[in-house]
Design a protein around this ligand. Sequence first.
Ligand code: C5P
Length: 477
Amino acid sequence: MASLTIRKLDEAVKAYLRLRSAGNGRSVEEEVRVILGDLIQGRPETPGPPQTPSPAEAAPRHRGPVPASGSSRVTLIIGGGIAAYKALDLIRRLKERHVRVRCVLTAAAQKFVTPLAASALSNERCYTDLFDPGSEFDAGHIRLARECDLIVVAPATADLMAKMAQGHADDLATAILLAADKPILLAPAMNPLMWNNPATRRNVAQLARDGVATIGPNAGEMAEAGEAGVGRMAEPTQIATAAEQILKPAKPQPLKGKHVLITAGPTHEPIDPVRYIANRSSGKQGFAIAAAAQAAGAAVTLISGPVDLDDPAGVDVRHVESAREMLAQVEAALPADIAVFAAAVADWRVASEGAQKLKKTGAGIPPLQLTENPDILATISKLRETRPPLVIGFAAETEHLIDNATAKFARKGCDWIVANDVSPATGVMGGDRNTVHLLTRGRDGGVDVDSWPVMTKEQVAAALIDRIASHIKSSPA
Ligand code: C5P
């Protein structure tokens, strides 16, 4: 113990000399107190001067499990917005996934959350100042940018994104982002008017071109009373999952360089401004296919009818209501290498939509004259120059599954059909599992039916993407 104490005292004196030569004002007594305090309480050694936190920012040292060495590291930049409180939960969600988190708070973020809270939750020192002598004489912003595997910005405010798009570096957060050679994931959060402002649209597009990944924002209620729209920060679990995806060791990406176009969900066909015709499709299968295609390296455009699902990370999602809007978005998204039409598109719409809410007039029930919707799958299958080389349709049937799907196959002109039984007893509509049969054209010109076992919709999606990947590999370019 005595020899250990002498060694520690010796270290304290050396630390003092280092600090004095670096111009740091900490006293030798303070340094000795910290080092001896650690020794007496049996705590691991205090890191050297550049890492030593000021008392206000000190994290409780080594509380809870220490992340395994070799675990992923995230520098989390917390921007100044009301969603900053959710960034504290994000720290926990990342740590649950065995990710080490180092937090950086902008000046505005500190109006909403404290460095102490971020330190306590991350169990690491929290950084706030570009000109902090405790870290900056060691090029702190460069270290924070480099000593990590991913930089997450949550909430990413409109101002922070504008600065990033322009390459500003006037505080610690922007200096880190400019010095970064690691992937960056933004979780934007702002008022819908700010999100939709042309300036923000330009900045978002520029950042996407610069290779910056984005998760959210989601649609929903705003902090401002009575305001709603797209601008809510993605939920911490969504951000943590997106971060995990980026941190995962690179998996084979058989669809890299391919553009996959997917439709999903139901359509809503308006009767009047308040009523519509809909169906029970949840969109889960189409969303799972979009996520699986994205994980396989494809650039994915997902055109979705109204659903209650979060947008899959890294996917370009376009939200529509009616079949005609869906067709317009599909046509706008071409060209594509693969198109998967999983949407339950309404076959009919009301011939003349009421401009005002239909009223009970006493003249009897109003007749609803229906007219046929465009068949998106058939339209795209029949294209000449811009027809995707692989077009896949779905056949959701409640009876004579294979016979009906085979007839549909011929009628629609697509290359494959995924047939599934959606009769209420199966629980497929809105459920999490699916039993599908893949119909392809056999060498003899007949139809080959490959029946898959009951699987979750994610497993069906992964199996379909595998089939697509092997088809692409075996087809001439
Ligand atoms: O004719 P049915 O609706 O059963 O056909 C199902 C397939 O056709 C699905 O792939 C669906 O996405 C697609 N479809 C379409 N446009 C329509 C109707 C169906 O793309 N109007």
